[in-house]
Design a protein around this ligand. Structure first.
Ligand SMILES: Cc1cc2nc3c(=O)[nH]c(=O)nc-3n(C[C@H](O)[C@H](O)[C@H](O)COP(=O)(O)OP(=O)(O)OC[C@H]3O[C@@H](n4cnc5c(N)ncnc54)[C@H](O)[C@@H]3O)c2cc1C
Length: 422
């Protein structure tokens, strides 16, 4: 029987996994990659250490419009499968509090190991090849992909172009355009896992401060998202893991031209009663000779404390004994509930992933397009985004594997088959 010819558009995490999987099934695979080498984005993942999975694979760590469908995909390629796959291509892994990394903590080895495996399976790589068109060739019935200048024909195609986060690594949003050409709709795409920008100019005085905090996003009086972790203050807004986690929700609200406020609690371990006791105990420090700054010292980072003192209308050098008790109370209030007005997020350039994409109900249980059969999807181009912690790469491995298996399978396994599943 003639080999099935598969073209993989995009040689990122999901495309490399799809190509390896399909080639292992005996398909003749070509990866078409717009960069001059495969796996460029992998190098910047996990701050160069590549957090490639997570031991806690609760589907609740993902966002999509179709959680039921996603769960079905996630179950078919688990973290254990990721571990066996990487061990199988020689990469030792380590588990750091549930987060999976290559043991040497070097993303480059993950990229190298994937490329060596592609080589050993004789997967053809065509680099500097930016695919702009996709469709069916009327004459041969094969799938046709084209750069505009060069055209390639395949039996099956796997679209693994990523989203449009970090476009410098190659994912410039062209996967969405190709999906649209095929007749797919798109769940609106917004930057996710990204810094938020705020209107308060006073942020400049606290830029660089890091603090453990709880941050919540509010639309009117309803709380849209809440996270705890290390917050980083910047001159334009807020950053850090908890901010990344809530950023997709904030961006979707702002897309509807609704206002979002952030509330930050810098002492999230204190309940109301405990906080009242803490304030009562500190009354002992209300001594004649202490300044306002001296009185508040020890509660928070010095720069933040000075900012809150000024925001409450006090001066750090004033004597605390003469300070207005309402102003002292205001400082205590700001520590628990500092409000910032969001003006937007940083752009796709700074985002780690995109939220939105091709809806999961427009693909079959084998990730095959319901619009152009024979084309399979993998990775971030689909409407799936995960929390920080290795979830996005796990989705890339999982969807790449499933798409590669299905694309390489015989005709009755999904490709070209009339799909009747919901
Ligand atoms: C700074 C940063 C840090 C991250 N850290 C982590 C982490 O530690 N853990 C984690 O789980 N996730 C992390 N992510 C997210 C993760 O890297 C992505 O979710 C994942 O790489 C998506 O895989 P993908 O294959 O769908 O897309 P990509 O990896 O983006 O690959 C898409 C590929 O397709 C190519 N391409 C695009 N369009 C075309 C076209 N038209 N023709 C030909 N080629 C095309 C691109 O050049 C690219 O090589 C991070 C992301 C960033 C930006």
């Amino acid at each position: 029987m003639a080999q099935i010819r598969i073209g993989v558009i995009g040689g990122g995490a999901s495309g490399m996994m799809a190509a390896i999987t399909a080639a292992r099934q005996g398909a003749e695979v070509t990866v078409l990659e717009r960069n001059n080498r495969l796996g460029k984005k992998l190098l910047s993942t996990g701050n160069g250490r590549c957090n490639l999975g997570n031991m806690d694979m609760d589907p609740g760590h993902y966002h999509t419009e179709q959680p039921g469908l996603l769960e079905h995909f996630l179950k078919r390629f688990s973290t254990e499968d990721t571990i066996s796959f990487f061990q199988g291509i020689g990469v030792l892994l380590k588990d750091k509090g549930g987060y999976l990394y290559p043991a040497c903590e070097q993303a480059a080895v993950v990229q190298d190991a994937l490329r060596y495996e592609l080589d050993s399976l004789h997967v053809r790589e065509i680099t500097e090849c930016h695919i702009r068109e996709i469709g069916r060739d009327g004459r041969t019935g094969k799938l046709q992909v084209s750069t505009g200048e060069k055209t390639y024909l395949f039996d099956r195609v796997i679209l693994a172009c990523g989203g449009q986060a970090a476009p410098g690594t190659g994912s410039d949003g062209s996967g969405y355009k190709l999906a649209r050409q095929m007749g797919h709709s798109l769940i609106p795409v917004v930057p996710a896992l990204v810094q938020l920008r705020c209107g308060e100019t006073c942020l400049r005085s606290v830029a660089g401060v890091r603090a453990d905090a709880e941050i919540s996003a509010w639309c009117g009086e309803s709380c849209a998202a809440r996270e705890r972790g290390e917050l980083q203050l910047t001159d334009y807004g807020v950053s850090g893991i908890p901010v990344f986690q809530i950023s997709r929700v904030v961006n979707y609200i702002m897309r509807e031209h609704r206002e979002v406020k952030l509330r930050i609690d810098f002492l999230p371990d204190y309940g109301e009663a405990e906080y009242a006791r803490l304030k009562a105990a500190r009354k002992l420090l209300l001594q004649e000779e202490r300044t306002v700054e001296e009185f508040f010292t020890g509660l928070l980072h010095k720069k933040l404390m000075c900012l809150f003192i000024r925001m409450a209308g006090l001066k750090p050098g004033d004597r605390i004994a003469l300070a207005d008790p309402a102003a002292i109370e205001k400082v205590y209030g700001l520590i628990r509930r500092w409000e910032l007005h969001v003006t937007g997020s940083n752009s796709f350039e700074s985002a780690q992933v995109c939220a939105g994409g091709v809806p999961l109900d427009e693909v079959t249980k084998d990730l095959e397009s319901r619009k152009l059969p024979g084309v399979f999807f993998a990775g971030e181009v689909l409407d799936v985004d995960g929390r920080c912690g290795g979830y996005n790469l796990q989705w890339a491995w999982c969807s790449g594997y499933l798409a590669g298996m299905a694309a390489a399978a015989g005709e009755r396994q999904g490709a070209y088959a009339q799909d009747t599943s919901a």
